[in-house]
Write a protein that binds this ligand. Structure first.
Ligand code: C2E
Ligand code: MG
Ligand code: MG
Length: 736
């Protein structure tokens, strides 16, 4: 029986098996045979033997062919390029990969010298390599790395070869390492750039700790890598850049991953430097920041140069004041701002009187010294918000913005004139100079830069005409008003000491009953020559000069004496309202407890005084003002919000500061009729005040119609000429 052929058995195995089968068959036959049939039998055995040998050989051949086929397939489709090279370097055979590697059909490669496809600079190396392979200089296979020319491409390969010395060939395996080589080169390039670049590079982690720095960083900051690594980037921070700046930078980095800009940092030696900085971030797969790379360039010199250029363009070199160009820029900005905020601004045009004479007699050097000294004096006369500029020669300008009242202009002008009164010492010479000042107002006199400057210049000319060393407004009416203000400032100083003030009282009536519950104390100025001056005229001047603090204190004391008297004389719950100016509230020297202590000394309860404040006070509510209001409350004094509706009260302010009374301004009461808008407004104000737990006082009631309408919408109290004008205390007593 023939055994099945196992394709995995080799030729030797098959032969061995055939011999075993043959021996077994022979043994069986031998036992049964008789001697006379032996020759016949031997012939038969020989035939069987031959047959079997043929079969075995056939099988061996089949197996060998199968193996060869398999080897050919492996060779052809191997993922590595194989070349069989002769000792002469000629390609004898290659696989598919080999063709792909060199970009040619493999049939075209056979018979060509391999060196033809090697970059010329590597040909000697390849030659040496093959020599070594054939000479078997080293044991086993040989290795090298070379670059090949595949058409227009250069490909890097790692070569490994073993020689078949009997056939005078070698099997060469080539692995394409072009990508790996490229990455290596890029890394090498990056590393070189990192070390040789002028730009400082800092690698930080997500917590802003420094992980790596390059040599340029050390050059720029003075910190070595050892000193910097492990430190926080705050090491470099400089106080020229505030905390908010760094916070904004971090916020932006967190939001977008990058930041770019210019900033100040500090070197190790303490010197600040200005740099351009860009930061970018690297993230993990989960989106977390792993590294940030900060690249920066020192631009301090550039910055300084720009600064110098800026100064040359905008700053007057002699006095270091803004020059004409910067003045116009500034004026334009301030006009825009005043337009938005609806506030006045003043432009003062100053010209030194007889400056030419000084230049002519003492020389220009002395003239320059004088201009510098004058600048110093001018700087001392202006407010922080004012802009002083030199237009050229002996011409200066002052822009005054955010004007509360025109009185501040008068004060600056006056103070300039006073400061110029003292003589100037110019080396050995003493000289006297003065300014002629022209004043123009926005928007009253002009609404643009050129117009305003022209008007101020004309006003300055008028001041020169009038005899120099004086100021002049462009508009005659302004000039007159200014004159009066200056006179009032002068006279107010002595008015209190000379007992020119007295207090008038105006009743505040409970509308439902007509009963006089309270009175408002209103100050009066009996001027020795000008007669009775209205508070509306002198209070703003008193506020601007600060004299209001003394006047206000005096009125309060008068009012307390008066309320004590009336309470004792049959009106035990009587209250007097005292107006307190915002200037008094802001005065730091005013001891909070003053008024409360004074009442205590007189044995009066706090409830006998109501403090009248204005809406503007609530708006710029500083802690000091809030504290003072609290002290009043603690002492039992009440607070009333005067002229309600004329300013900007926010409802939150009303709630926050526990106001007891709202005083509806007289402008709402003046034209009160049943179908007027003002009536609707009054009703709304009263409703809102009641909801917030406040009582309402209507000011300026002059007719019974007004009173009845207000009563109809539940207004609590009224004040006005209908009941009485403000009168002296004696007159007031007759009203009770
Ligand atoms: P105010 O506090 O709103 O005072 C009410 C003003 O309205 C008073 O003017 C008063 O005379 C006037 N008035 C009252 N009833 C009527 C009326 O029926 N018709 C008209 N047309 N007017 C009426 P006055 O006394 O001229 O005071 C003006 C402002 O001066 C006061 O307004 C107050 O803001 C301020 N003032 C007066 N005295 C003082 C004071 O001692 N200290 C402070 N800081 N300011 C004061
Ligand atoms: Mg008042
Ligand atoms: Mg009022």
């Amino acid at each position: 029986m023939k055994m099945p052929i196992d394709a995995t058995l080799n030729a030797a195995d098959l032969r061995q098996r055939a011999e075993q089968e043959l021996a077994a068959k022979a043994e069986t036959l031998t036992g049964n045979l008789i001697d006379e049939r032996r020759p016949m039998y031997e012939l038969q055995v020989h035939q069987i033997e031959l047959e079997m040998q043929n079969e075995a050989l056939q099988e061996v051949r089949t197996v060998a062919e199968l193996a060869l086929e398999r080897y050919a397939e492996l060779f052809d489709f191997a993922p590595i390029a194989y070349f069989i090279l002769g000792i002469d370097g000629i390609i004898r055979q290659t696989n598919l990969r080999g063709g792909i590697l060199l970009g040619l059909e493999r049939s075209k490669l056979v018979g060509k010298p391999f060196a033809q496809y090697v970059s010329s600079e590597y040909r000697p190396e390849l030659k040496q390599f093959l020599c070594n392979v054939f000479a078997s200089v080293c044991d086993g296979s040989q290795r090298c790395e070379i670059s090949l020319k595949a058409g227009d491409n250069i490909r890097w390969v790692k070569v490994e070869a073993t020689a078949d010395t009997s056939r005078q060939t070698c099997l060469t395996a080539m692995v394409d390492i072009t990508e790996q080589k490229r990455t290596e080169q890029e890394l090498q390039l990056a590393a070189t750039v990192y070390t040789v670049i002028d730009e400082s590079i800092v690698v930080i982690d997500k917590n802003y700790r420094i992980i790596a720095v390059n040599p340029a960083f050390t050059e720029m900051t003075g910190y070595t890598a050892e000193e910097a690594i492990g430190q926080s980037t705050s090491l470099l921070e400089c106080e020229l850049q505030d905390k908010a700046f760094y916070q904004e930078m971090k916020d932006r980095l967190n939001a977008t991953g990058c930041w770019g800009g210019k900033l100040w940092h500090r070197r190790k030696n303490g010197e600040p430097y200005f740099k351009r900085l860009t930061i970018s971030s690297m993230y993990s797969v989960s989106g977390e920041v792993i590294r940030r790379v900060a690249m920066s360039f020192d631009i301090t010199d550039e910055f300084r140069a720009e600064d110098i250029i800026h100064k040359q363009a905008y700053i007057d070199t002699l006095t270091e004041l803004p020059n004409r160009r910067m003045f116009f820029d500034r004026l334009r900005q301030v006009i825009e701002k005043s337009h938005r905020t609806n506030r006045k601004l003043a432009l003062l045009f100053l010209d030194l009187d007889h400056f030419k004479d000084i230049n002519d007699t003492l020389g220009h050097d002395m003239g320059d010294i004088l201009l510098n000294k004058t600048t110093q004096r001018l700087k001392n006369c202006i407010r922080e918000t004012d802009t002083l500029a030199r237009l050229g020669g002996d011409e200066f300008t002052i822009i005054m913005e955010e004007l509360e009242g025109l009185i501040s202009i008068d004060r600056v002008a006056l103070s300039i004139q006073q400061s110029m009164a003292a003589p100037f010492q110019l080396k050995n010479e003493r000289c006297h100079v003065s300014f002629s000042i022209g004043i123009a107002l926005y928007p009253d006199d002009a609404i643009d830069t050129d117009g305003l400057l022209k008007k101020a210049d004309q006003a300055m000319y008028a001041a020169k005409q009038k005899g120099r060393n004086r100021s002049c407004y462009f508009t005659p009416a302004m000039q007159k008003a200014s004159k009066t203000r200056l006179r009032l400032i002068n006279d107010l100083h002595s008015a209190l000491g000379d007992h020119q003030f007295w207090v008038a009282y105006q009743p505040i009536v409970e509308l439902a009953t007509g009963y006089i519950h309270k009175a408002e104390a209103l100050v009066r100025w009996q001027h020795p020559t000008l007669g009775l001056i209205e508070p509306t005229e002198f209070i703003p001047v008193a506020e601007d000069t600060g004299i209001i603090i003394d006047i206000g204190e005096w009125v309060f004391r008068q009012a307390t004496n008066q309320v004590a008297k009336w309470r004792a004389n049959g009106h035990p719950l009587f209250q007097i309202s005292v107006n307190k100016s915002p200037v008094q509230f802001r005065d730091k020297s005013d001891c909070h407890g003053n008024w409360a202590m004074h009442l205590e000394r007189l044995g009066l309860p706090g409830s006998c005084i109501v403090v009248e404040i204005t809406e503007s006070l609530l708006l710029d509510m500083t802690t000091i003002v809030a504290e003072k209001l609290l002290v009043f409350r603690d002492a039992g004094m009440q607070v009333s919000l005067d002229d309600f509706g004329t300013g900007y009260s926010s409802l939150s302010c009303l709630k926050k500061f526990h106001i007891d009374y709202l005083k509806i301004d007289q402008q709402f009461v003046n034209n009160l009729t049943a179908d007027s808008i003002d009536f609707g407004l009054c009703e709304a104000i009263i409703l809102m005040a009641h909801k917030l737990g406040m009582k309402v006082i209507a000011e300026g009631i002059e007719t019974t119609v007004q009173r009845d309408l207000l009563l109809q919408v539940s207004c609590d109290y009224g004040q006005g000429y209908l009941f009485s004008k403000p009168v002296s205390a004696e007159e007031f007593e007759k009203l009770f």
